[in-house]
Write a protein of this length. Structure first.
Length: 196
């Protein structure tokens, strides 16, 4: 009984050392960016890559809640392929604070491998703490997090490739450990039955 308990504990300890899987973003249709601070929203560029290394944001349609002084820092500056972070080459919201957003709708549903935001570089970078939300066609939230470009030119998040029906390494380890423990238990019972 002690051997089986020890084996069980060792298997549990080994499995707990396996890191948790990252998020997979499957079937994304839009990204919404807001400012995490009560300030202006300003985005130089949003890049959203699929697993073929295509920036799907480039073919997307950008819209926003408002535009600073009715232009020229329009939403389409955030997905035009230029990471130039100087005004007016960026998107800049019309008002500061809550409710301001930048949205990019993709041309087609996409499995994302990464998302990168570039902030403003000519001034005011202290504003650039972004809330990012990614949705599918059913308006289901696929990912939500923050990207911070206040002290860097850009910030990124990467996503796992979705693998349908194939267990991850931790699942395989658990299955193998379970089969091993079941086999050990059956052998022990068989040995006890023969000796009795």
């Amino acid at each position: 009984m002690f051997k089986l308990s020890f084996v069980t504990l060792m298997a549990a300890a080994a499995l707990s050392a396996v890191p948790a899987a990252a998020v997979s973003v499957v079937g994304a249709t839009r990204v919404v960016v807001t400012n995490a601070l009560p300030d202006w929203l300003q985005v130089a560029e949003l890049q959203a890559f699929d697993f073929g290394a295509n920036n799907v944001a480039l073919a997307g349609i950008a819209s926003a809640s408002s535009v600073y002084q009715n232009g020229p820092a329009t939403p389409d500056k955030a997905n035009d392929g230029s990471t130039n972070g100087t005004y007016p080459n960026i998107f800049h919201s019309g008002t500061p604070g809550a409710g301001e957003f930048l949205q990019i709708d993709f041309a087609a549903a996409t499995n994302l491998s990464s998302l990168t935001l570039f902030g403003r570089t000519d001034c005011c970078s202290e504003r650039d703490l972004f809330n990012v939300s990614i949705y599918n066609a059913n308006n289901t939230l696929l990912y939500s997090g923050q990207l911070d470009t206040r002290s860097a030119l850009s910030a990124s998040v990467t996503f796992d490739r979705a693998v349908g029906g194939v267990p991850e390494a931790a699942t395989w380890a658990m299955l193998i450990a379970g089969f091993g423990l079941t086999g050990a238990t059956l052998r022990r019972r068989r040995t006890m039955a023969v000796s009795a």
